[in-house]
Every structure is written in C-alpha cells, then in structure tokens.
Design a protein. Structure first.
Length: 468
C-alpha cells in the first residue's frame, strides 16, 4: 500500500515505511517530505489562510462542523487505520477518532465567541480584537496520533489560521486521511495540509520557517527544548507538551479496593505510551502490603494481545526501538509483578510493576514510556508530596483519599498541571491541559484554546471633538 498526500512531490529517494506494531509487517509506504515541500506548503497555506480569515465567523464554524460530521461518518475506518499503524486496541482507537470529531465540534462553537474587550479609558473608546496568527505548524507524536493532532489543529483553524501538520514518522496514515476528509467537507485547499517526514528534515523546516507563526509540539522533553531554542531565534510562539512521570498517591483512608482495581490501566493504557501514565504508585505504608496483594491479580489479569480483538486490553509497543528502550529500564535484579504478553513477531512487553525500588533510581524518576510502574511506600502527607514532586516532570497525577481537605491540600502541593481525585482522568477537550517544570510550556484544550492562536490588537477611538 502506497499512500500519497495531495501536496507531496514524489521524486523522493526516501520513503517512510509504516509497520504494524503487532506483526512487524509493512502496511504502507509514504513519501517523506523535504524542505522544499515545506516551503511550498507554507506558500499555499498563506494564501488559504487569508481567504479563510475573511470568511464570516458563522461560515467558518459551519465548515468545521461539516468536517466533524465527515469524520463521524468515517470513525470505524479511522479507528481500524489506527490499529494497523499504531497498535492501539480497537476500543481506544474508536475513542480517539471520536475525540477528533468532538474537538472539531467544540472548537467550532468558539468561532463566534472569540471576542475581545471594551476597556474603560479617558477621552474615547478602547477595544481589543483577537486576530489569527497566520500559519501554525503542528508536530504530532506517535502515541496518540489522531487526538493530539486535533488538539492543535482544531482550535487553530477555528481561530482563523491555516495549519500544516507533521505527523510522527511511524504514524502518518490517520493524519493523511483526516486531510482528505477536510477537503471532502469543503475546507479550502491548502488550509489544512499534512506533511509526513523525518523530524530533522520536515519537522526542523517547520520550526525554522519564517512563514510559520507558531509551533505546537508534543513529544520528548529533549526535542521540545530544541524546538524552543530554534523557535526563539525567530520569536516564534511555541506550545510544548512534553514528558511526564505522574504519581498515583494512595492514602490509607481511601477505598483501597477501588484504588488497586483502577491502578493497572492508569499505566497500562496504550501500553504505557502516555505522558499522563501513573507510573509512580505511591502507597501509604500502613496499607502498602494490602494494596500490593490486590494489585498483583489485577495486573496479571490484563489481557495483552491482538489489538484488533475487542477483548484485548493492551497491545504492543510502537517500535523495536521503543521496545529496546523499555527493556533497558527493567533489569533482572528488580523484583515485582509481571503479566503475560505474546511471543513471536510484534513489539510486546508484559505489564510490569516493580517493588523495592530506590526512589531515586532511573526507573523511578525517568519516563519509561512503556507498561512499567514502580510502587513506593510513604509515611505521611508531607512524605507523599515530596515523593510526588521528586522528578523533573509535572504533567499529571492522581490522589486517592476520602478526606476532601486532604485532597485539596495535596492537589495544591503537587506540582503538576492536571490532577484527579479518586480517578485517573487527565484529558477532556473542554478543560485546559499542560504541564509544570520539564513537562512543557503553555496550555491546550479548554475554553481558552482558541485565544492561544491569536494576537491581541488594541484599538483606541477618540470621542473628543475637534479643538474650538
């Protein structure tokens, strides 16, 4: 299967081979965009954006809703494509396609509500106008290819911008299909373009291009720092959603059975390839043994296998490189709980929980990005907060307690952008998302998402008559 986007040139010596992570079979080949492709895409985007911004807000909103409806008509197709290219279990893939639809609908609702302010001043009327930035570059990751691409794309389009999306090298297929669906829905040609390619080529060209007003990047902290450094030379606006090492804090007064039952999928969902994964399970010492006794059978019962099977709970890792990375963190001397995983072709790693780990060990403080968690005991509230904050990251986390006061105190003390109490829910398209510390800069999603893709213009109108 060869997939070619509508704007790519095809005299490429290099193509991207898309593998099925569950079988290691090539499911498609895609041309890798060059710097020249990026240059041409920016020219098209500039022209399309001018026409898009000139449309009446109601017309832009109507087209975005039509895009959402078109995605809705192709949900199963998109989900099956995600299973093949990313190894996501089919239930998750369907949710991800639905999230794209819902986010487009949500963003469309903001088009006609993107209002400025009237500010009281002497001698006249002062108003602010929110204007689109121009062309936005979105660099999306492979762990959630569809929804995270939409996090940047939907609000940017709604605010009147054009978007050039560079998907990850391993997962370009759903992005290319979304671009086709946008054209089917009636969005202007050149407004939403997808350029698959290698990060050091196509991604770097987007970041360095003077015609790109903003970069939205989701990925590793190391690459995010490079994006920030390069963009700063052009005073380019940047939103970064980077790594995480999120705590799952279980206090003795919580519902221990519920906390233990919920813990496995808080770090095994998407095979642990989730920046919000609760991979640091912090348990109050007085209930530590009891919690482990409940956790072990819950982890061991997780069904790992064919992601296309409706019963499967966890699929493979994305690639051989990622499998090797995860293996390097789990050495033979580490004790813990192990589930089952298939053998043979595919990038499989079993659900793994490590106990008796030094809180400062690499596996306890670095982002593994695989189905691996550590369980660490703590003594009291202050100890729990110190452990929770004992990494360079601050993206998400959970707090399990029946004490509302404690829940509020700990939520305020933990340095993370997204916390949930007696739950592991981190992301909703209607609430802001982003991290503290090394987990990123800026916020995505929520009611203010569109304003992150605008410039504020201030206009003063004098009401004083001419001098007599």
């Amino acid at each position: 299967m060869s997939v070619r986007g509508p704007f790519l040139s095809y005299e490429h010596e290099r193509e991207l081979a898309v593998l099925n992570p569950a079988t290691e079979e090539v499911v498609a080949t895609v041309p890798a965009a060059t710097r020249e492709d990026v240059d041409a895409a920016v020219v098209r985007a500039i022209h399309a954006q001018a026409r898009w911004a000139a449309l009446a807000p109601a017309d832009r909103a109507r087209l975005l809703r039509r895009f959402a409806a078109t995605v809705d008509q192709h949900l199963e197709e998109l989900a099956q494509l995600e299973v093949r290219e990313a190894g996501h279990v089919i239930g998750n893939a369907r949710w991800e396609a639905g999230n794209v639809r819902d986010l487009l609908d949500y963003a469309a609702g903001g088009v006609e509500r993107l209002t400025g302010r009237q500010i009281p001043v002497a001698g006249g009327l002062d108003i602010t106008i929110l204007e689109p930035l121009g062309v936005v570059g979105v660099i999306a990751p492979w762990n959630f290819p569809m929804p995270i691409a939409a996090w940047g794309t939907a609000p940017a389009l709604a605010a009147g911008n054009a978007v050039i999306l560079k998907p990850a090298e391993t997962t370009p297929l759903t992005a290319l299909r979304l671009a086709e669906l946008a054209l089917e829905a009636g969005l202007p040609e050149g407004l939403f373009q997808v350029l698959p390619g290698h990060g050091p080529v196509a991604g770097a060209a987007l970041v360095e291009h003077p015609g790109i007003a903003k970069i939205v990047f989701t990925g590793s902290t190391g690459v995010g720092k490079q994006v920030l450094a390069t963009g700063s030379a052009l005073l380019k606006r940047v939103t970064l959603e980077l790594g995480g090492k999120s705590p799952n804090i279980v206090f003795a007064d919580s519902d221990i059975e519920a906390a233990a039952a919920a813990a496995p999928m808080s770090f095994l969902d998407n095979s642990g390839q989730d920046c919000c994964a609760r991979t640091r399970i912090l348990v109050q010492r007085s209930v530590y043994d009891r919690f482990l006794g409940l956790l072990a059978p819950a982890v061991e019962s997780v069904l790992v296998g064919d992601p296309a099977d409706e019963k499967t709970q966890m699929g493979p890792l994305i690639s051989r490189a990622q499998l090797d990375r995860v293996r390097a963190y789990v050495t033979d001397d580490l004790a813990g709980i192990r589930g089952e995983a298939p053998t043979g072709p595919g990038f499989w790693f079993p659900p793994t929980v490590l106990t008796d780990v030094d809180p400062h060990a690499r596996v306890a403080v670095e982002e593994v990005f695989g189905p691996v968690a550590v369980v660490l005991p703590f003594d009291d509230e202050a100890d729990a907060v110190a452990l929770a904050n004992g990494t360079d990251y601050g993206l998400s986390g959970s707090i399990w307690t029946r004490d509302v006061g404690r829940a509020l105190r700990v939520s305020q003390a933990v340095r993370a952008g997204n916390l949930s109490v007696n739950s592991h829910s981190s992301v909703r398209y209607s609430t802001p998302f982003g991290g503290f510390k090394q987990s990123g800069i800026g916020r995505e999603l929520g009611p203010d998402a569109l304003t992150a893709f605008t410039e504020t213009k201030n206009v003063f109108i004098s009401t004083e008559g001419p001098a007599q």
